[in-house]
Design a protein around this ligand. Structure first.
Ligand SMILES: C=C(O[C@@H]1C=C(C(=O)O)C=C[C@H]1O)C(=O)O
Length: 453
């Protein structure tokens, strides 16, 4: 475990990161996740060929177990503080791993700079990253076992053998329990409060004070049975295979998990992939109705405006870092419960950068914050009657060289064994309709609600 000295920004580790890995027969994702000792971390990459990637940067699926080091930070400087702690940890690191199996730190950040870890976010700092003791990585048709430690290389050789025996002993498919079921739902935002808030934001947009703001709602679901994190994530993976599945364990019986369609940024070497995801409609009951909804979404001026604001802001935020930015074609991204407008963007960095610098520059994009950013964030803070915590904030991983992959933590829940709090939001622009936006929020709760009942 890491030792923190003199406050969170200065980390001192007794030695550097050591890491060993071996190829293994691919075990069952669910069985590993079910059996892995805490804290568990999950990064499940999309199985979507349409997500742009180069040969090398295909994002793998990884389950982490245990903690060889934990980095934490708070406040507006949390991105830089995590970066400094990580630099101290990886200086002189000793790894024998292949590219896919390399050690990574998994975690994320709170949405707001002034995040307080109050319920339901107890245990969640402003930022937390875990270097797992054991990492299982699934690539396209291979898998690896990696063991990580801080300054303890000899013990690693024995640990990797023990971990290998453990993984090999897991049965091919894990047990699948029924979903826990929901016996009570409590809205933290009611319809009339929502109408008032959305109308007030629209008035401010029409008065020229704001251009866009993303307002969210929260829903507290009391569960009938006990939540199984592994089963819930597997159900989300099945229904949303082209989303990013994630799990963050706050180490006190609270988990943040979800399956989000939105990539924030991925960096490999100097190659950057990101995208704008904004503008939403539902799914039809028939293919014809589905296509009609998609066409209406594509042709809607309101959605085009909402979407363009995001594309332009991402381009501006990336501009200082890049030599060249390419904006791909806008398309409709069809998920099980909604359809979104999506534009992929790729760029080449002008110089080497750590992925956390890009994460900090991009968060929050106007897909989840708004424009101008400061006014939108103040509006969110003063309007929403709950703390967003880590919802709509960056979650992902980075490696010892500053490569990494981050998603925007949407379609998610912060949960204990018996209560799950869900969040979902919508972009408000001048011609938004409060009731349509209410309906859109309900659609965005569906991925997690369906996985729970
Ligand atoms: C804020 C959410 O989604 C974001 C808002 C969208 C919109 O307003 O159309 C679409 C996708 C996401 O960028 C959410 O899912 O909670």
């Amino acid at each position: 475990m890491s030792r923190l000295r003199g406050g969170e920004s200065v980390a001192s580790f007794e030695g550097s990161l050591v890491s060993r890995s071996i190829p293994i027969d691919p075990p069952s994702f669910q069985a590993v996740l079910q059996a892995a000792p805490a804290p568990r971390t999950v990064w499940a990459a999309p199985n979507d060929a349409s997500i742009e990637s180069t040969e090398n940067d295909r994002d793998p699926t990884i389950v982490g177990s245990g903690a060889a080091a934990v980095l934490r930070a708070d406040g507006p400087a949390r991105f830089e503080r995590i970066r400094n702690q990580a630099d101290a940890l990886v200086a002189d690191s000793d790894t024998d791993t292949t590219w896919a199996a390399r050690p990574r730190l998994f975690g994320g950040f709170a949405f707001h700079d002034d995040h307080e870890p109050a319920p339901p976010w107890t245990g969640f700092s402003g930022a937390q990253f875990v270097l797992p003791r054991i990492q299982i990585t699934w690539g396209d048709d291979a898998a690896w076992l990696t063991t990580n430690a801080v300054g303890d290389a000899p013990a690693l050789e024995t640990r990797i053998e023990r971990a290998h025996r453990w993984v090999s002993s897991l049965s091919a498919t894990g047990p699948t329990a029924d979903p826990p079921g929901i016996h009570h739902r409590e809205r933290l935002t009611d319809r009339s409060t929502w109408r008032t808030a959305v109308t007030a934001s629209i008035d401010r947009i029409r008065a020229g004070e704001l251009r866009k703001v993303v307002l969210a709602q929260a829903l507290r679901a009391t569960l009938d049975g006990e939540l199984s994190v592994a089963d819930t994530l597997c159900r989300l993976r099945e229904s949303y295979p082209d989303c990013f599945g994630f799990l963050v364990d706050a180490t006190d019986g609270r988990y943040f998990l979800g399956a989000t369609p939105e990539r924030l940024v991925s960096l490999q070497g100097r190659s950057v992939h990101t995208g704008a995801l904004a503008g939403t409609t539902g799914r039809g009951n028939t293919p014809t109705e589905d296509d009609r909804l998609a066409r209406t979404l594509r042709e809607s001026e309101k959605n085009a405006h909402e979407h363009d604001l995001v594309v332009n802001a991402i381009r501006e935020q990336l501009d200082p870092f890049t030599r060249q930015i390419t904006t791909g074609d806008r398309r409709v991204r069809r998920l099980a419960t909604v359809q979104h407008l999506e534009t992929p963007l790729s760029a080449t960095l002008a110089r080497d950068e750590h992925v956390l610098s890009l994460v900090e520059a991009l968060h929050p994009t106007p897909a989840v914050g708004g424009l101008p950013p400061d006014r939108a964030l103040t509006t969110i803070r003063t309007t929403e009657p709950f703390d967003r915590g880590w919802y709509a904030a960056p979650v992902g991983w980075f490696d010892t060289e500053g490569n990494g992959s981050f998603a925007v933590a949407l379609r998610s829940t912060v949960a204990t064994r018996d209560v799950a709090t869900l969040f979902a939001g919508v972009g408000i622009v001048s011609d938004s309709d409060p009731d349509d936006e209410w309906d859109e929020v309900q659609l965005k709760y569906r991925p997690v609600l369906d996985a729970l009942q």
